[in-house]
Design a protein around this ligand. Sequence first.
Ligand code: XMP
Length: 419
Amino acid sequence: MEKELLLILDFGAHNNQQVAKMAREAGVYCEVKPYNISEEELNALEPKGIVFIGEEETAEKDAGAAAERIKKSAVHGPRVMELGNQKTEEEVKKFLFDDCGFSGSWTTEAFISDMVEQIRAQVGDRKVLCALSGGVDSSVCAALVHKAVGDQLTCMFVNHGLMRKGEPEMVADIFGKQFNMKLISIDAVDRFLDKLAGVDDPERKRKIIGEEFIRVFEEESAKLGKMDYLVQGTIYPDIIESVSNKGVVKSHHNVGGLPEDIDFELVEPLKWLFKDEVRKVGEALGLPHEQVWRQPFPGPGLGVRVVGAITRQKVEYVRESDAILREEIKNAGLEKSIWQYFTVCPGCRSVGVKDGKRTYEEAISIRAILSSDAMTADVAELPYPLLNKIACRIVAEVDGVNRVMYDVTPKPPATIEWE
Ligand code: XMP
């Protein structure tokens, strides 16, 4: 396929990813770069078209000069479009197809066949290892690399004891049985839970889970003999360079994030894709629809949904109540309209009565939110009869829980997860 690139230069726009997604949906491959890109890089990229995006109020001081410089150096090359927020999709398409002459041939299938070739060229006949978490990105990575190099790929799944109900079994079923991949499942539940015993600080918990994952991965991969490549599920929003990137409130280091000095070369087949594109690739490769479109799940898993120190019992309360919530939301036909829904064990006990006897047991909080990017969130207005049914099932079926609450706080000021 002829290389056709649309370059999106970010002059301080809030919507840089939206414009990029609009172009890609029209079959035009694009990359976002900061406005102060060097001339060498600009020339090396050989864009067929350039779009400037940014708002005057937020633009950097030297933006005007930079825009002039790029327009001058682009005189005999790509067409340039200055895009304020006011341009419509029609106008963008007109620019892409009529002015620049893009072919619009960048599709999921074209991406897959290109990437399969690239992975084969990179890997040759050597061995590849993939840390499979069961999340969307690592699942799609595994399926893509498997399509390219088959049994040269070994996947490793580490069960840290903080998965949702049925997750380890689902990974074994999809990747081990259906895809027939070489899959190694490590039961590290005791190891993680012992390390986490008594630790109540949220960031410390995240750090322990991340570090322990690396230890387990190092020990177990050493047993496999020499592996040359490691698959990394990096996606485009993780690496996008722009002047509009925002700061973070929590350390979202993904579990499965490996140390920099690791002795592997990386295969990163998704690093140019947005999340929705990753999902489309996953479906095209035959991964189950529910697996590919599942709601976000934090790397440290249920570990950040047990507030304070993690105990096996509290993890079970969350795991069981979460399974009930998911089942009821699915039965109500609401799973596609809610961004994220889960339960939390806030770690407060309260008095209740069960079978005429006093109880003093844990509470569970339900969280269900609407969002488009997880940066802000509104509370989903679940129908009261549904909430009531879920609450009744949780107190009846989860031994040790006698109270259910509904978290009605938007983000901000609350975050989506409780920790
Ligand atoms: P917050 O709680 O910050 O969450 O509003 C925003 C989104 O990120 C997810 N999240 C995490 N994801 N590792 C992850 O991979 C983490 O440590 C982590 N903490 C929060 C959260 O589920 C939501 O989708």
